[in-house]
Ligand binder design. Structure first.
Ligand SMILES: Nc1nc2c(ncn2[C@@H]2O[C@H](COP(=O)(O)OP(=O)(O)OP(=O)(O)O)[C@@H](O)[C@H]2O)c(=O)[nH]1
Ligand SMILES: [Mg+2]
Ligand SMILES: [Zn+2]
Length: 313
């Protein structure tokens, strides 16, 4: 028996790497693992598992059990009916966005920030394609995220702008990249390690067919600098939307740091819905500009979605 890390997999065959760097192709013993019920896929890149190596074939083995996860990141599967694991045991989540091509979607970022916080995963916002013109509205939201305490970095996979500082942040960590299709997740990862050469594709190809260039999550090791700094990265397929799961509607404001501070101070106390009540400190903060209108709107839509169970954006 040996403990090992899941790198990726499809159809219940997983590439699993032991701590000496040996990769085995593994199936799940008995096809069912404890602790993974209710998910579309039983294991994700970053998962730690116990493997029973095949005695006759050094490149094969069976997965016996799952080591409890420290955290995990999920999205809804394509049919929208089961949570799909994207990555597990993360030290950092990089939420990739763009000023354009595809259009800037701040609400997507807000939602990913909530989900990361709920899983206790530190998150940074990465604006890729910083070589393109950046609209003032985009700057407005970027600076608001900074104001409320998030780290925002601007890079360009095309020109390599900002990439040195960004790669320093990743050293010694397991980091997953998430974002819409086409924001350049694979392109950014490629600039970290020129050996890797992940498949990337132009947008016309993508939008036309609605297809995703990266089709499954995979964990890669990147060696940075002169071989001393290990960076572990999980590239994930483009995501249209995340699920906010296990967050009760009334707790959602606690995941918006600028609202969290105020949320208990409304005149109506805990029963305030922060939508119309007199003496609502959240609404006052929105009018005063302490809470950005669009962040309030993100919170409102997400809360509606949790309450009604149907997508609100
Ligand atoms: N102008 C510009 N284009 C970029 C940059 N980074 C990536 N692109 C282009 O954006 C397109 C999409 O890049 P990908 O890396 O495939 O995007 P992805 O996020 O991995 O997409 P999925 O795998 O479908 O989720 C490609 O045509 C890239 O050449 C950048 O910094 N600037
Ligand atoms: Mg990709
Ligand atoms: Zn209120």
């Amino acid at each position: 028996m040996t403990e090992a890390t899941v790198l990726g997999g499809t159809n219940n065959v997983f590439d699993v790497e032991d701590d000496d760097g040996h990769v085995r192709s593994c199936i799940i013993k008995g096809k069912i693992l404890k602790g993974v019920e209710g998910y579309y896929n039983p294991l994700a890149p970053g998962d730690r598992v116990i493997v029973d190596p095949d005695e006759l074939d050094v490149d094969r083995g069976r997965i016996i059990s799952l080591v409890p996860r420290k955290n995990h990141f999920v999205r809804l599967n394509q049919k929208g009916n089961a949570p799909q694991l994207l990555a597990a045991n993360l030290d950092l989540l990089v939420i990739v966005t763009t000023p354009n091509e595809p259009p800037f979607r701040p609400r997507f970022v807000d939602r990913a920030l909530v989900q990361a916080d709920a899983e206790h995963i530190p998150a940074v916002i990465l604006l890729n394609k910083a070589d393109l013109a950046i609209d003032p509205d985009v700057y407005d939201r970027l600076s608001d995220w900074e104001r409320i305490g998030y780290r925002v970095m601007e890079v360009s996979a095309k020109t390599r702008k900002g990439m040195d500082e960004f790669s320093r942040l990743l050293r010694g960590k397991l980091t997953a990249f998430v974002g819409q299709s086409g924001v350049g997740k694979s392109s950014v990862i490629n600039t970290l390690n020129t050996d890797l050469n992940l498949r990337t594709a132009g947008l016309s190809q993508k939008y036309g067919k609605g297809s995703h260039t990266t089709t499954k999550g995979t964990l890669f090791h990147v060696v940075d600098g002169n071989g001393e700094n290990r960076i572990d990265i999980i590239d994930t397929p483009g995501v249209r939307r995340f699920v906010l799961h296990d967050i009760p509607a009334e707790d959602l404001a606690l995941y918006f740091p600028e609202m969290e501070k105020i949320v208990g101070t409304c005149s109506w106390g805990a029963s305030c819905s922060h939508t119309h009540e007199p003496g609502c400190k959240i609404l006052e903060a929105v009018y005063a500009g302490v809470i950005h209108e669009q962040r309030y709107e993100s919170w409102r839509r997400n809360r509606e979605e949790i309450e009604t169970g149907s997508p609100a954006d």
